[in-house]
Design a protein around this ligand. Sequence first.
Ligand code: FMN
Length: 173
Amino acid sequence: MKDFFETVRHRHSIRQYRSDLPVEEEKLHAILEMACAAPSAGDLQSYRILVVRDTEKRHRLGELADNQQFIAEAPVALLFCSDPQRAMAKYGERGEKLYALQDATIAAAYAQLAVVAAGLGSTWVGYFDGEQIKKDFTLEPGLEPVAILSIGYPAELPAETPRRPMSEMVTQI
Ligand SMILES: Cc1cc2nc3c(=O)[nH]c(=O)nc-3n(C[C@H](O)[C@H](O)[C@H](O)COP(=O)(O)O)c2cc1C
C-alpha cells in the first residue's frame, strides 16, 4: 500500500489501458467506498456515482465526450453526478449551486486517489455533452453530470506533468 504523499505524487492521467486486465470487483468496491468517505455539506452526500462497465455504454460515453477513445478502452468508467435538489432542501440556493457540485467533485477526487492506491490508473474527463448523457443514460431527473473517471490498468508510462510554481497559487495573508 502506498502512503498518501506517494499516492498523490504517483497520480498521473492515464489514457491507455490494458485490454486484457479487467478491474477486480473488490478494487472497484474499495474505490467507491473511498469516494463515499469524502466529506460533504451537512453530510448529505449530494451526488450519485454511475458505474459503467458495459462496452456499448462506455463507447457511447466516449462519443459524448468529444470521442475521447480511451473512455471506451478503459474497462470501467465512473460518472459522477451532482444532486443539487438534495443539497437545496437543506441549504437553499447555496446548496443547489455550490455544495452539490463540491460534494460530487470531492468524491471524484477521493476516488481518483484510491485508484492509484489500488495500483490502477485513471483520467478525469470534464469535457462532455452533459445534456445528451442525461438523455442517453436516462439519468434520474435533477442529476447533473460533473465528471467522468476512466479506470483500468495502465498500458503506458505517463509523462510527468509540470505544475506552476506554488507561489503563483498560494498567498500568505
Ligand atoms: C476539471 C478537469 C477536466 C479535465 N478534462 C479532461 C478531458 O476532458 N480529457 C482529458 O484527457 N483529460 C482531462 N483532464 C485531465 C487533465 O488534462 C490533467 O489532469 C492535467 O493535464 C494534469 O495532468 P496529470 O493528471 O497527469 O497530472 C481534466 C482534469 C480536470 C481536473
